[in-house]
Ligand binder design. Structure first.
Ligand SMILES: [Zn+2]
Length: 181
């Protein structure tokens, strides 16, 4: 029975089954199975978006991850809008350099006193538990708070393409990325 949606609810995370699922009672035991191939593509795309974020000069105003592709919206000055093939080249070089990802933790207070660490204006960093999970790529490729799933090093992403850069308002540009392999 596939899970068709996952939502944050007061009690935690709700996994929503597809139509025709058997009715469950409180206390029933269920076994969940991860669709690893799909998850791994999500991890590769998500990590690729970190790399992209590190090389585009503007705040992130939105984003989405799909199967094998993803996008980020940036608040970009006209002179900072990248050429899509040039950007793909820069990203593929960083990916091929196989930079390791490392996880560390800082306190909520440390993050609050370093607001520049937060690149995404639309998604709040995972604060509130007293400490914040930080993701670093290489020594200085990218460093930002994130609660998501990532690959261990950029080489796992494989080649990417920038499929299109869309105009989404005055200074808003949507940069779409896809896995090539
Ligand atoms: Zn992340």
């Amino acid at each position: 029975m596939p899970v068709v949606d996952t939502r944050k609810v007061d009690a935690g995370i709700a996994h929503v089954p597809g139509e025709g699922a058997p009715a469950l009672a409180v206390g029933d035991t269920v076994t969940a199975e991860l669709d690893w191939d799909r998850r791994y593509r999500h991890m590769r795309v998500h990590t690729a978006l970190h790399v992209m974020c590190s090389r585009v000069v503007g705040g992130v105003t939105g984003g989405q991850i799909g199967d094998g592709k993803g996008r980020l919206d940036f608040d970009l000055l006209p002179e900072n809008v990248p050429d899509k093939d040039a950007l793909a080249g820069v990203l593929n070089d960083l990916i091929a350099a196989d930079h390791p990802l490392t996880i560390s933790w800082i306190t909520d207070a440390e993050l609050s006193s370093n607001p520049d660490l937060v690149r995404t204006m639309s998604v709040k960093p995972p604060m509130g538990a007293g400490r914040v999970r930080m993701i670093r790529i290489g020594d200085a490729v990218d460093y930002q708070p994130c609660g998501g799933t990532h690959v261990k090093s950029t080489g796992e992403i494989g080649r990417v393409a920038i499929t299109k850069i869309e105009n989404k308002g005055k200074q808003n540009r949507r940069i779409n990325l896809a896995l090539v392999d």
